[in-house]
Design a protein around this ligand. Structure first.
Ligand SMILES: N[C@@H](CCSC[C@H]1O[C@@H](n2cnc3c(=O)[nH]cnc32)[C@H](O)[C@@H]1O)C(=O)O
Ligand SMILES: [Zn+2]
Length: 431
């Protein structure tokens, strides 16, 4: 048994409860065993005491959508719309990604996310045994899927086979930090009979599904032309929504789509920065949350963002929708914070309580420097975290009770080696 006593200057337990004053958190193995205001009243014997009087503790951020090893493609194809970007830049480079590349690209993503306060992320990519090995080493929590594409018989079959072996090898592994879902890429790369097969497989393996849905107007128009249904209605008709589904983007959804999603409890990953950069549009997040949908935040891959900084998504989510609606009260700070933490955890199917600092919840904690000039003064701690904080304020990160970042120093990743390997691989990719 390992016990860590974290002494901090303030605690944001969740979007609903903020303690602006000293407090403590006891991390016992991988859960929060105790949390309180003031001094820890019990005995410190046998505990590792971490004193951080000038830090605020927040729940670790949850990145609900991405393609981790795309860090290697960062900056390799900017200023293009989705379909051109994918077919002309991304897919040709991805064809050159070896297992070694996936391993180092994923570790680079883990380092970047740990440094910016993210404790759990979602991935849909390839050579996922290597990605999972990187996650295991990094100490992060992750919800991983092997991307499935059914455009030809060979890729369709290998998608099923890879996913099945990946679920068998990694679901609930790494001390429970890794869960596996199925990852059919999108309706435009997975024909209807393939989506039906994926749905059946999800039922048989009892794992959720993550998929890109209604990202661009082109996708919706094509889907209407081919199947006479929106991508959401199409996914429903293929039986996907009979299983737990996390749908990325949902930028172009109608009221009827939202009703279908509500009736089937489809979760949403909102990726505002990627949607802006690829000129996809702005998702109607207030309509989706008002309908009761679970919406989390995500970065998407580093090649469409171009970083994995969840503080940027948090701030964008909290500001973008106000301007769209001409309503400054829409999506207030607390709601945006909830999307980046508790609702993100729900969106990626983590156990209840995850994404909060409640007793009994997973011990995933991020500390921010209260002494950063842009976090002074403190009229509202939550407002500072949402509207003023940035990735550079992150000083410490704990996942499942273990320190992954301590006083800004990575604890699990050889960052010099990762830098060297990522530069080496990227050079080979661009040749
Ligand atoms: N291409 C893989 C399977 C897909 S993995 C997930 C895919 O999603 C792609 N991707 C990244 N961002 C987006 C996005 O915003 N929309 C759609 N696809 C994306 C990414 O480049 C990657 O090819 C194969 O060979 O079987
Ligand atoms: Zn994506």
């Amino acid at each position: 048994m390992s016990q860590t006593l974290l002494e901090v200057g303030a605690i944001v337990k969740s979007a609903r409860e903020v303690w602006d004053g000293p407090g403590y958190i006891v991390l016992q193995d991988d859960v929060i065993e105790d949390i309180g205001r003031g001094e820890y009243p019990g005995s410190r014997a046998g505990m590792t005491v971490v004193k951080r009087p000038h830090r605020v503790a927040i729940p670790g951020l949850v990145n609900t959508h991405g393609h981790a090893a795309m860090t290697l493609l960062r900056g390799a194809g900017d200023d293009l719309p989705l379909m051109t970007w994918l077919t002309e830049r991304v897919f040709p480079m991805e064809a050159k990604l070896t297992e070694d590349a996936i391993y180092w690209g994923t570790l680079l993503a883990c380092w970047e996310m740990i440094r910016s306060g993210t404790t759990c992320f979602t991935d849909m990519y390839m050579s996922m045994h290597k990605a999972a090995a990187a996650v295991e080493e990094s100490g992060m929590r992750a919800v991983l899927s092997w991307g499935m594409v059914g455009l030809d018989e060979t890729s369709a079959r290998s998608g099923i086979r890879n996913s099945e072996s990946f679920v068998g090898a990694w679901h609930r592994q790494a001390g429970g930090r890794i869960t596996v879902t199925l990852g059919p890429h999108a309706p435009y790369t997975c024909p209807p009979d393939y989506l039906q097969q994926v749905a059946e497989l999800a039922g048989r393996l009892a794992v959720p599904i993550q998929i890109h849905l209604s990202e661009t107007r082109t996708e919706v128009d094509d889907c209407l032309r081919l199947y006479n249904r929106t991508p959401i209605a199409h996914a429903a008709s293929c039986g996907l929504f009979e299983h737990p589904v996390l749908a990325a983007h949902c930028v172009h959804v109608t009221d009827e789509d939202i009703e279908i999603m509500r009736a089937n409890d489809v979760h949403v990953a909102h990726n505002p920065q990627s949607n802006l950069k690829l000129a996809s549009g702005i998702a109607p997040v207030p309509s989706m949350t008002q309908a009761g949908l679970i919406v989390g935040l995500g970065t998407d891959g580093a090649a469409s963002n171009n970083n994995l900084d969840m503080f940027e998504e948090l701030r964008l989510a909290a500001t973008l929708h106000k301007a769209v609606a001409f309503d400054a009260s829409i999506l207030p700070a607390a709601q945006a914070f909830q999307m980046a933490t508790e609702d993100g955890a729900k969106a990626v199917f983590l156990p209840a309580g995850s994404g909060t600092l409640e007793k009994g919840a997973a011990a995933d904690v991020t500390l921010l420097d209260l002494r950063s000039p842009h976090l002074i003064p403190t009229h509202s701690l939550l407002s500072n975290v949402v509207y003023a904080a940035g990735a550079d304020d992150v000083t410490d990160v704990f996942v499942a009770g273990r320190a992954l970042l301590s006083n800004r120093e990575p604890q699990t990743i050889d960052t010099e080696r990762v830098e060297y390997e990522a530069r080496r691989i990227a050079q080979a990719l661009s040749q």
